[in-house]
Design a protein around this ligand. Structure first.
Ligand code: ATP
Ligand code: MG
Length: 579
């Protein structure tokens, strides 16, 4: 990390998670651990554990930047682990896109010759052995109540639960049933393996939580090998411990699950499966972004109901969507750093994300001209078939990046809004009798316009002053207020430009169980014809520019073709939303 002034930007802003890591390092908590080959283990090992049941969104990006970022900053490592314990909702397609998204954000799980890409399903055998041990040790039992009975006996926040009549069945009987569950003898739901903790615990998560359930379903990686699958709350701490994770960061809703996380690891440590120091769970606030939704289920609904054009629609807060929209990995990292981590839930304003993009692209993006709603301007006194050479800096603050050359000719494209036949007060662009400068070119004086039969303006006329060219001595003799941009008709590149805006008009579209479909912004996408500066047809997919006056744009990675580029507006130059 570095900043423009080159001074020490190596120290990232502190936060409570760094505080925890710092104090663990100070107390040498994880200092003397070794792996099974006797090699020392890093003192910080984190993991990012997505369930492969959908596309990642900006909230996951926060978690990725946090987990991989902390591991990098502390010289440790971060594992990418698929929490793939729910066979009916998971698919290879999701595994592939998640891998892609993490890589795109700039992170990697290769450390030396070790690859830390893991799957909870790789641990199914171990998870099962540990379950048998828990049964034998009296810490788990097979419950044969119906789902309804189990729910009724669970109690609620004000009432303790009731013990299952099967809770005290002999361990040998539970073990026999567990093995028969595994061998496929029973239908889904007939039996379930539960931890034996406390049916009266104030924390509902400790009222004999389920560990294994019967599910006759095909798994995207283990196929038909298993018909019982471990529960997430059982799998997660064990996966962490098997991978020698030190700090297991998750979102606040898992706070009540932490006692079970600890209970499982303590029991299994007594059983000799693990050694102290154990991994520890810490919670941070999830990201809620205004004007967006960050729930995989609701995002799926937008895709399935064709409200958007797929997971990578540039309006989607998915990582594939924001990537296609033109956001850079650096802008996401900057955003994650700016929002930090906290212990209480809040909303982050969309303008913070957009501001990070502007701050990242402003120093990088080459400038170019685009005319979005074109109108023809004819310079009547400019010689037919001749051109004048003009130039402009590639970047106004980086002269070392050189200049762009382009031609001016008799016919130009200008923006429709840069001409008014009858000007409103304070309008100083083109209107009959007024002079303006054609940016990087000449001063012209408007003489009138042509209209079609309906009265619509179809061309504007002007005369130019040959001694007024920008960069020449004569230019100083002309004082004009308006400075408009243009591209030369015979040299311009025709393009499709997609103007994207926020998908919702309500800053909290799904808060409090609201129907987010009622808050859809009907103007979130518009497509305009445009003419771009010569050379724009050479833009590579994903290449980003600042279109002068309009904002930041990217060559669409999917629909751009050679010679006919498609550009997406990433964000306008300034935040004008709702103002
Ligand atoms: P969703 O609710 O959208 O389905 P999830 O939490 O179920 O998301 P997982 O695949 O389980 O999705 O998430 C992987 C990791 O990303 C978890 O550690 C989770 O805490 C974290 N995460 C998910 N959503 C957010 C968010 N909005 N902000 C920060 N971290 C998040
Ligand atoms: Mg989840």
């Amino acid at each position: 990390m570095s900043n423009e002034s080159g001074n020490n930007a190596l120290t990232p802003p502190s936060n409570f998670l760094r505080g925890i890591i710092d104090s663990d390092i100070a107390s040498s908590k994880y200092a003397s651990r070794v792996d099974h080959d006797g090699k020392p283990l890093p003192t910080v090992i984190t993991r990012f554990p997505p369930e492969p049941n959908g596309y990642l969104h900006i909230g996951h990006a926060k978690s990725i930047c946090l987990n991989f970022g902390l591991a990098r900053d502390y010289g440790g490592r971060c594992h990418l682990r698929f929490d793939d314990t729910n066979p009916t909702k998971e698919e290879q397609e999701y595994v592939d896109t998640i891998i892609d998204s993490v890589k795109w954000l700039g992170f990697d799980w290769h450390y030396g010759d070790a690859t830390h890409l893991h799957y909870a399903s790789d641990y199914f055998d171990q998870l099962y052995q540990m379950a048998e041990w828990l049964v034998n040790a009296g810490h788990a039992y097979v419950d044969s109540q119906s789902a309804e009975e189990m729910a009724a006996n669970r109690g609620n926040f004000s009432e303790p639960g009731k013990n299952s009549p099967f809770r005290d069945r002999p361990a040998a009987e539970s073990l026999d049933l567990l093995r028969r569950m595994k061998s496929g003898e029973f239908q889904d739901g007939v039996h379930i393996l539960r931890a034996k903790i406390d049916m009266a615990a104030p924390n509902m998560n400790l009222r004999d939580p389920a560990i294994y359930r019967i599910r006759h379903a095909h798994h995207h990686r283990t196929g038909d090998k298993w018909c019982i699958y471990p529960m997430y709350d059982y799998t997660h701490p064990i996966s962490d411990a098997l991978e020698n994770i030190t700090h297991s960061f998750c979102t606040l809703e898992f706070q009540d699950h932490r006692p079970f996380y600890d209970w499982i690891l303590e029991r299994l440590t007594e059983g000799g499966f693990f050694k102290q120091p154990l991994p520890q769970q810490y919670e941070f606030a999830r990201l809620n972004l205004t004007y967006a939704i960050t729930s995989k289920r609701k995002l799926l609904q937008l895709v399935e109901e064709k409200i958007v054009d797929g997971w990578d629609d540039p309006r989607m807060p998915t990582i594939v969507g924001i990537r296609r929209r033109g956001f850079t990995p650096e802008s996401i990292a900057l955003f994650a750093e700016r929002i930090g981590v906290t212990k209480s839930d809040s909303w982050i304003d969309m303008s913070t994300l957009e501001g990070s993009l502007r701050d990242d692209l402003d120093p990088k993006a080459p400038r170019t001209v685009a005319v979005l709603n074109p109108l023809k301007l004819i310079i009547d006194n400019f010689p037919v078939n001749e051109t004048a050479d003009c130039s402009a800096p590639v970047h106004p603050h980086h002269p070392e990046r050189g200049t762009r050359q382009f031609s001016l000719s008799r016919e130009l494209w200008i923006e429709q809004e840069d001409f008014m036949e009858v000007p409103t007060k304070g309008y100083f662009r083109l209107f009959p009798g007024n002079k303006v400068r054609l940016r990087y070119g000449f001063v012209v004086e408007c003489t009138g316009c042509d209209k079609d039969a309906t009265g619509k303006v179809i061309a504007v006329h002007c005369n130019y002053f040959a001694d007024s060219k920008s960069g020449t001595e004569g230019s100083a003799n002309y004082k004009v207020k308006g400075n408009i941009h243009w591209v030369s008709v015979p040299h311009a590149v025709e393009a499709e430009v997609r103007l994207y805006d926020r998908l919702f008009t309500d800053p909290h579209p799904d808060a409090g169980g609201k129907d987010f479909k009622l808050a859809l912004n009907t103007d979130s996408k518009s497509v305009v014809a445009a003419y771009l500066e010569a050379g724009a047809d050479q833009a590579q997919a994903d290449e980003k520019f600042q279109f002068e006056r309009h904002g930041y744009f990217v060559a669409d990675r999917v629909d751009s073709t050679k010679g006919k580029p498609v550009f997406n507006r990433i964000v306008t130059l300034k935040d004008s939303w709702g103002k």
